[in-house]
Design a protein around this ligand. Sequence first.
Ligand SMILES: NC(=O)C1=CN([C@@H]2O[C@H](COP(=O)(O)OP(=O)(O)OC[C@H]3O[C@@H](n4cnc5c(N)ncnc54)[C@H](O)[C@@H]3O)[C@@H](O)[C@H]2O)C=CC1
Ligand SMILES: O=C1[C@@H](O)[C@H](O)[C@@H](O)[C@H](O)[C@H]1O
Length: 338
Amino acid sequence: MLNVGVIGTGMIGQDHIRRMTTVLSGVAVTAVSDVDSAIAAEVGARIGATVHPAGGDVVGDPNVDAVLVCSWGPTHEQYVLAAIAAGKPVFCEKPLATTQEACLRIVEAEVAYGSRLVQVGYMRRFDFAYRQLKLTLDSGEIGSPLMMHCAHRNASVPPFYQKEMAITDTAVHEIDMVRWMFGGEIAAARVLVPKKSRNGGALQDPLLLILEMDDGVIVDVELSVNIRYGYDIRGEIVGEDGTAALGSLSPLEIRTAKQLITPVPADWRERFLQAYDVEIQEWVHAISLGGQPLGPTSWDGYAAAVVSDAAVKALQTGERIPVTLAERPKLYETEVAA
Ligand SMILES: NC(=O)C1=CN([C@@H]2O[C@H](COP(=O)(O)OP(=O)(O)OC[C@H]3O[C@@H](n4cnc5c(N)ncnc54)[C@H](O)[C@@H]3O)[C@@H](O)[C@H]2O)C=CC1
Ligand SMILES: O=C1[C@@H](O)[C@H](O)[C@@H](O)[C@H](O)[C@H]1O
């Protein structure tokens, strides 16, 4: 049994606690912490976990084998570094950290430790539809890829959501996904600003992010964060010999009143429900077997941060911004399975 401590018991923290306590196997949640002590106390009491006053105490708890960081982005670095210092595996929700410098500090700490302890929460790599898409691409059935069209549509976003977050909070998923899908790096980013939707309030919504892969593949990502009708994630790869796309929005079809209705998921929790289950189950399994995590690494978290910085600059300047990564340490050279 892997004993996990959770830092941050907000929306995704509670969702991961629910899956670890009611869905997944081989895992127990033994400790929690949140700066909102009332939430932490309520969640801790519900599942019978120790409630610590600070996240650092979760890392130091002898009854915690591995740590799950689900607090706000700017707080991730300190907890990931503390877990590495304690030699404990740590699953960190995206982003790994909010600056590329902070991500590099994590990479350097992990390299100094000598083996991989960190996995970043880019769950699309564990989604059945994305995995099928990658298998199809890798099989050669649609030939060499030329382009990918993506859409990332949120029904709505909270009032504190700023323009740049369409890149740093939302598009980071596509940024990570295309590096994994095409097995290459992103060479440059551009952002086009279409006509503004009246549903976006003060926010510029939508945006069109264009990513150039290092082999010439072009990826376009429509970012609409106030689309109203639901949570809609799309992806279609155009190859030399065919195309392949993520399938239907829903496993359910309703036929009624001479209509065929395909329900649209409400949000990421519904659309990626099974991807999160697989992501955390595979993480638990890899750690329990005494191995290294197999999912997105600190290096992937760093690369996403660098591309995201370039895309934010592209948004602010209207220019094409090239992406330059630091030299990749040997620790991250071997392919991961996920
Ligand atoms: N992989 C995915 O699809 C998703 C990832 N996320 C990521 O998960 C993280 C949390 O997001 P949400 O759960 O939506 O936010 P939230 O605001 O619902 O929950 C975050 C919790 O962290 C707590 N917190 C803040 N600072 C803390 C600290 N220093 N120590 C302990 N607790 C602290 C807050 O009090 C809050 O309860 C973010 O980094 C977000 O980007 C969120 C949604 C989906
Ligand atoms: O990570 C997530 C949220 O933080 C973000 O705000 C949403 O735009 C994404 O769709 C979701 O997957």
